[in-house]
Design a protein around this ligand. Structure first.
Ligand code: ADP
Ligand code: MG
Length: 448
C-alpha cells in the first residue's frame, strides 16, 4: 500500500486539486484509493462532494483517537475512491493535541492498524494508495501526514515565488527522515498552474528542474479553468470535463506514479487490468494533438493565437499491464474519459476559455507581450521508474539516497522548525534576473 503525502506549506499551489484528481485517475485505472483530508478547510472533502455535518466521523475524530480509520471512511461517486473527510473541527486539533504523547505519529499508527488488520483478515492491504492532502502549514497536521507517508509529492506553482520557502520544506522533510520516518521518500516535485505561453512560467519551470535535478515530474500540470471549476460541482475533473487538458495532465501524472509501483511489495503483486491501461493509452493518444509548425515571431503586443501554443511532449513512461484483467475491474462502468465520448469526438478542447471562446488561462492580455520567445525549456527529466517491472527504479539522487535504519522513533522528537538557514536562504526563481539559485542559498536542496 503506497502512502503519498502532498505537501507545500503555501496555499493555492494545487495540493488539493492534485489529491482529488490524482486519486480519481488512479481509481479509474483500477486501483483502490483512499484520500485523507488533513486540512481543516475541508477543501478536498468539498471538492469530492462531501460536506460533513458536525459530529460525523472525520480526521478530527481519528486524530483524537475517538474512531478507528475504517469507521471514518466514506465512498465517493468514483468507484474505487474512498475519502476520509475533514471538518472545521480539525482546526482545534493542533491545540488539543499539543501535549499528547506521540502526537506526531497518531495518523501513522491508525493507518498501520487499519492495514495490518485487513491483511490479517483478508490477506491483502485494504487499499492500493492512500493519498494525504496536507494543509498549507508545517504544523502538527502536516507532520502527521509526513510521518504516515512513504512518499512525498511537493507541488510548486510555476510563478515568481515558487521556490521561496522551499528551504524550510526541505529542512522539514530531512528532519522527518532523521527523527520520525527514516523511510520517507520523494515521489517527485510537481510543477502546477503552468502556462507555457508565459516566459516567466517557462523560466520558473526550468529553474525548478535545475534546482531539483531528476526529481521533477516530466509533465507539469497546466493552468486549466476546468480544474478550478470542478470542485464547485463536487466532482473530479474526470466527471466534470473528461477531455480537458487538466484531465489529461492528471492521467499522465497517474501513469508516471504507477510506473513506480514495482517498488511497493503489495502493489508489485497486483497487476494492472489490461482494459484500463489500454483505455488510458488510447485516451491520451486521442487527446494529444500533433505539433504544429511554428509561425514567425509575432510583433510585440500581438495577441497569442491558439496555433502558437504548443502541446508539451508526453513523457515516455510505460505501464506493464497484466495479461488477464481482474474481474472486479471489468465490472466497473467504463471511465467517462472514454475516447468514444461525445465531447472528445468533437475534437480536443485544449484552449477553451471559461466562456468557451478563447485561450484557457487567466492571463491578462497585457502579459502576452512576454510570450515573444519560443518555448525552449520543456526537455523532460523523467522521475518515474523504468518501464519494466523487473528493473528497479533508479533513485532520484543516488548521492542523497537514504539508507533507513528503522529503529524506534524518538519518543519525544523535538522538531524545532527554527531555520538554521535564515531568510537569506529563501529564493527567487529566474536565473536571468537573480542568478543561479545555488548561489543564493541552500547547501543541499536534495529532497530525494
Ligand atoms: P492548495 O490545496 O495548495 O491550497 P488548491 O488545489 O486548492 O491549492 O488550488 C488553489 C486554487 O487554484 C483552487 O481554486 C483550485 O481550483 C485552483 N487550481 C489548482 N490547480 C489549478 C490548475 N491547474 N488550473 C486552474 N486552477 C487550478
Ligand atoms: Mg488544499
Amino acid at each position: 500500500m503506497r502512502r503519498i503525502a502532498i505537501i507545500n506549506q503555501k496555499g493555492g499551489v494545487g495540493k488539493t486539486t492534485t489529491a482529488a484528481n490524482l486519486g480519481s485517475a488512479l481509481a479509474r485505472l483500477g486501483r483502490r484509493v483512499v484520500l485523507v483530508d488533513l486540512d481543516a478547510q475541508a477543501n478536498l472533502s468539498l471538492h469530492l462532494g462531501t460536506d460533513l455535518a458536525s459530529g460525523e466521523p472525520s480526521t478530527y475524530d481519528l486524530l483524537l483517537g475517538r474512531k478507528p480509520f475504517a469507521d471514518c471512511l466514506r465512498e465517493t461517486t468514483t468507484a474505487g475512491l474512498r475519502l476520509l473527510p475533514a471538518h472545521i473541527d480539525l482546526s482545534g486539533a493542533e491545540i488539543e493535541l499539543a501535549s499528547a504523547f506521540g502526537r506526531e505519529i497518531i495518523l501513522r499508527e491508525a493507518l498501520d492498524n487499519w492495514e495490518s488488520a485487513a491483511k490479517e483478515a483478508d490477506g491483502e492491504a485494504p487499499a492500493d494508495y492512500v493519498i494525504l492532502d496536507c494543509p498549507p502549514s508545517l504544523g502538527l497536521l502536516s507532520i502527521n501526514g509526513l510521518a504516515a507517508a512513504h512518499e512525498v509529492i511537493v507541488t510548486l506553482q510555476t510563478e515568481f515565488f515558487a521556490l521561496q520557502g522551499i528551504s524550510k520544506l526541505v529542512e522539514i522533510v530531512q528532519l522527518m527522515r532523521r527523527r520520525i520516518n527514516p523511510a520517507l521518500n520523494v515521489a517527485g516535485i510537481l510543477p502546477t498552474l503552468y502556462d507555457s505561453r508565459l516566459r516567466l512560467a517557462r523560466e520558473v519551470l526550468a529553474e525548478i528542474r535545475r534546482y531539483f535535478p531528476g526529481q521533477v515530474f516530466s509533465h507539469p500540470i497546466r493552468t486549466n479553468v476546468k480544474l478550478a471549476e470542478a470542485p464547485s460541482h463536487g466532482v473530479s475533473i474526470f466527471e466534470y470535463a473528461p477531455n480537458s487538458p487538466g484531465a489529461r495532465d492528471y492521467l499522465i501524472l497517474a501513469r508516471e506514479i504507477m510506473a513506480a509501483e514495482n517498488q511497493d511489495p503489495d502493489l508489485a503483486q497486483r497487476e494492472l487490468p489490461v482494459p484500463a491501461v489500454e483505455q488510458l493509452e488510447a485516451t491520451l493518444a486521442a487527446m494529444a494533438r500533433p505539433a504544429k509548425p511554428r509561425k514567425p515571431k509575432p510583433a510585440a503586443h500581438a495577441p497569442i493565437t491558439e496555433e502558437e501554443v504548443e502541446e508539451p511532449e508526453l513523457p515516455t513512461v510505460e505501464l506493464t499491464p497484466s495479461p488477464a484483467p481482474e474481474p472486479q475491474v471489468e465490472a466497473e462502468a467504463p471511465p467517462q474519459w472514454s475516447p468514444t465520448s461525445p465531447e472528445q469526438s468533437t475534437g480536443h478542447q485544449e484552449l477553451e476559455s471559461p466562456d468557451g471562446s478563447g485561450l484557457d488561462s487567466d492571463v491578462h492580455p497585457n502579459l502576452t507581450a512576454t510570450c515573444d520567445e519560443p518555448e525552449t525549456t520543456l526537455e523532460t527529466h523523467a522521475v518515474a521508474a523504468p518501464a519494466s517491472h523487473e528493473e528497479p527504479k533508479a533513485p532520484m539522487d543516488p548521492q542523497a539516497e537514504v539508507h533507513a535504519h528503522p529503529g524506534p522513533a524518538d519518543p519525544e522528537p523535538n522538531y524545532n522548525f527554527a531555520s538554521t538557514s535564515g531568510s537569506e536562504r529563501e529564493h527567487m526563481p529566474t536565473r536571468s534576473r537573480l542568478g543561479p539559485l545555488a548561489d543564493k542559498g541552500l547547501s543541499d536542496p536534495t529532497l530525494g
